[in-house]
Design a protein around this ligand. Structure first.
Ligand code: NI
Length: 172
């Protein structure tokens, strides 16, 4: 039987709920699988390359990523840990929780990650380029951190004010 997918609401900066730390997933049950499927659908609909559960107000260590051009190569990370990293690379990042803003951020250039997949099996992979950036960005979300935390407080305040203005208009 196929379950229906739901499009989830993505929290936007400066929402305090984006600052919560996600807990480790203890058991991959149907509820977690439904969350993963809904997150993937939500990410595709929003034209994002990654989404962390924190962004949909679920504070568990779950991430969905798809950096493929065809959007047909999803990667699911449960309880991810970076076990090796090296190099440093600057690139421009955006975030579905900070819509419309892009800033340069430094990240490790190569990382090795250990995580559980959708079936609960442990796996490891090496990531470079966009995938490496994306994994680090999404793992930050699970720790309550946003890419705007890496830029100057002046720039961050400017983004905060602009988004607050938009959120206010949306309510009216
Ligand atoms: Ni993000």
């Amino acid at each position: 039987m196929e379950s229906l997918l739901s499009i989830l609401t993505i929290l936007e900066f400066p929402d305090d709920r984006l600052r919560k730390k996600a807990a480790e997933v203890k058991r991959i049950d149907d509820k977690i699988k439904k969350l993963i499927d809904d997150m993937l659908e939500t990410m595709y609909q929003s034209h994002g390359v990654g989404l962390a559960a924190t962004q949909v107000d679920v504070h568990q260590q779950v991430i969905v990523i798809d950096v493929s051009d065809e959007k047909n190569d999803p990667l699911f990370l449960i309880n991810p840990v970076i076990i090796e990293k090296d190099g440093i690379k600057e690139s421009e990042e955006g975030c579905l929780s900070v819509p419309g803003f892009f800033e340069k951020v430094n990240r490790a250039e190569h990382i090795k990650v250990r995580a559980l997949n959708r079936e609960g099996q442990a796996f490891e992979f090496v990531a470079t380029e966009l995938l490496a950036i994306c994994v680090q960005h999404e793992m930050d979300h699970l720790n309550g951190k946003l890419f705007v935390d890496y830029i100057s407080s002046l720039k961050r305040q400017r983004i905060k004010k602009k988004l607050e203005k938009i959120h206010k208009m949306d309510k009216n």
